[in-house]
Write a protein of this length. Structure first.
Length: 606
């Protein structure tokens, strides 16, 4: 059964389709003896195609797959429909439907990368390694395909018992540094599993030298060293990784260091070729999704899970990708697939709580986090999460309570903990307890003197209150230097000049802020105010009208309309505009910092 989106999209699509009939067909206009049902078929194909596009734009891959599939039933040779249907089914992990589509695509386009990868994984799982290698090799048309193909072939050959061939498959000349990183990492894993310790150690060392921050590769190196009894190297690897990580250590990093300190010999990170094959698609999928390529990254992650359904890191990365496109229900279901009882469990529960809050289920979110707090009162992660959720819901008193509890557990002199003071300070400010807010913001600034959020918030608060004007402006100027492309911070500098009567300078910065974020009603409103002050009244009204068209907050609509009608001649209108500015600035700052205050502990599952 189609969901609500499908029912909405289906309404009126027939009429749209009729206006551009023949979009998919190269056939001439229907002659008298042509089947009259052909128009209905064309309409159905195009209607379902358009509905599929709408569903995909709304990030509803299952609904999109349904629409594309229905269109493909009517026009089974259409490559556009075939491609879209395949992508949607693969992104959904619906292998019974995705595999036949992959076979069709590979038959018509032999070098079609993702269909060949899926068919390769399918053949691998069936134990047909020769066929799997053939499919993987066929997918090597572009740079990412060549890289993925080579490593997948390497693991396939190792599964077939050909260790020499596996290592040889990874010899790709003239690769960029990022590609060499993946090649060296998988060479280390393959040679390690093949019992070639010296070769593996050399590759691990090169990978770690290139990047010692990445948790996954650091774990692989440390586990290998500890596996063979070299606890000194293993400890050095993990300590260096921890030293370069902002915030508290990842739960898996802490667990590994504990194992090393107990001188226990852990298994290798990758214990069989199938896990290695899954690692290929996981690594690239996580990187692509993290860089904004959510659709392609999701396909790679689903391929990793096709090879290894319980791959915890791939499941976590897939859940993160789903969160990025606001599919919170699906993200929660994906987190629930991660095996229970791992060190990741608390971090997983915290992410689920955030997702429940995004689904407007704060009570369920609070229940999860409260249970975590009761289980370990010294774990700041659920305290931080509850504080952020309360702050997002404008329960600032509740937020102060939880951030205070977190600070009671933390080392107050650790620079990494600046965010807790910032979060509590902004909450105090919203409660109109400025002395407490100022103290926390100053403390945050002392711990993190180059944090744009703190510089901006404290600087603007001073300027807005008419105190420490020079110092406040200086702080905002420094924030702009650090984040010149942040429209909100640039807007703060413009408004600081406005507050001090420097209207020409205010216009300069506020114009720049609107260029950066033209869709923000508040920034357009402020530019209108500044235009009015320098005598550019027609432009001022244009900006206020623009602000009005951008769906401002309900309480601001009448104020903007009044300015359009009367300008800023009336003292009361200008005063209200300034008060509105303070609330809007705080809301914008809260949105930017929400879920980011403090250490990245609550995001450790990523």
């Amino acid at each position: 059964m189609r969901g609500p989106l499908g029912r909405v999209l289906s309404v009126g699509l027939g009429a749209i389709a009729m206006t551009i009939a023949g979009f998919f067909s190269e056939a001439p206009a229907r002659s008298q003896d042509q089947d009259p049902g052909q128009d209905e078929i064309s309409t159905s194909v195009l209607g379902n195609y358009l509905a599929g596009r709408f569903a995909r734009a709304a990030q509803d891959t299952k609904e999109a797959a349904d629409f594309y599939g229905k269109a493909l039933e009517r026009d089974p040779t259409n490559e556009v429909l075939l491609e879209q249907a395949f992508q949607m089914e693969t992104m959904s992990g619906n292998w019974p439907k995705a595999i036949p589509l992959a076979e069709q695509l590979a038959a018509t386009r032999q070098s079609h990368r993702m269909s060949q990868f899926l068919l390769g994984v399918t053949a691998y799982k069936a134990g047909d390694y020769a066929k799997a290698e053939k499919h993987f090799t066929a997918a090597s048309e572009n740079p990412i395909g060549e890289l993925t193909s080579a490593i997948a072939v390497g693991w396939t050959r190792l599964a077939a018992g050909d260790a020499d061939g596996a290592v040889k498959a990874l010899d790709l000349p003239k690769q960029p540094d990022w590609a060499q990183f993946y090649l060296r990492y998988h060479r280390a894993l393959i040679t390690d599993l093949a019992g070639r310790k010296a070769d593996a150690r050399a590759s691990y060392e090169k990978v770690f030298k290139q990047d010692s921050r990445t948790l996954r590769t650091s774990l692989a190196y440390a586990q290998s060293a500890a596996h063979y009894g070299d606890f000194k190297t293993a400890r050095q690897v993990m300590k260096e990784q921890l030293a370069k990580t902002q915030g508290d250590a990842h739960p898996l990093a802490k667990e590994m260091l504990d194992i090393i300190n107990r001188k226990e010999k852990p298994p290798l990170l990758i214990s069989n070729p199938t896990d290695g094959l899954a690692e290929v698609f996981y690594g690239l999928g996580e990187a692509l999704a993290g860089e904004g390529g959510v659709s392609l990254g999701t396909i790679y992650l689903q391929l990793a899970l096709d090879a290894k359904p319980d791959h915890a890191f791939a499941l976590a990365a897939l859940a993160n990708a789903l969160e990025a496109v606001k599919r919170y229900d699906d993200a929660i279901a994906t987190y629930d697939r991660i095996p229970k009882g791992t060190p990741l469990q608390s971090a997983i529960d915290i992410r689920k709580a955030f997702d429940l809050n995004s689904l407007d289920k704060p009570d369920e979110a609070k229940a999860i986090l409260t249970k975590l707090i009761e289980a370990d009162p010294k774990d700041v992660r659920p305290l931080e999460a509850l504080g952020n959720i309360m702050r997002a819901r404008k329960d600032y008193a509740g937020a102060v309570t939880y951030f205070t509890k977190a600070l009671a557990v933390l080392n107050k002199n650790d620079p990494r903990n600046w965010g807790y003071y910032y979060a509590r300070g902004t909450s105090y400010e919203r409660l109109k307890n400025w002395p407490a807010a100022e103290a926390d913001l100053k403390r945050a600034l002392a711990l993190a003197p180059d944090q744009p959020l703190v510089l901006n918030y404290l600087g603007y608060s001073w300027v807005d209150q008419g105190k420490n004007l020079k110092e406040g402006t200086r702080l905002i100027e420094k924030a702009v230097q650090l984040k010149p492309d942040d429209g909100y911070i640039v807007d703060s500098l413009g408004w600081a000049h406005y507050k001090q009567g420097n209207f020409k300078e205010a216009v300069r910065f506020l114009e720049r802020a609107v260029e950066i974020k033209p869709e923000d009603p508040t920034l357009n409103d402020h530019l209108g105010d500044a235009f009015w002050k320098v005598g550019r009244e027609r432009e001022a009204r244009f900006q206020w009208n623009q602000a009005l068209s951008l769906d401002p907050e309900p309480q601001d609509v009448d104020k903007i309309k009044a300015k359009i009608e009367r300008g800023l001649d009336a003292k009361g209108e200008a005063k209200n505009a300034e008060k509105t500015r303070q609330v809007q600035r705080d809301d914008a700052s809260r949105r930017r910092s929400e879920n980011k205050a403090g250490s990245p502990q609550s995001r450790a599952v990523e």
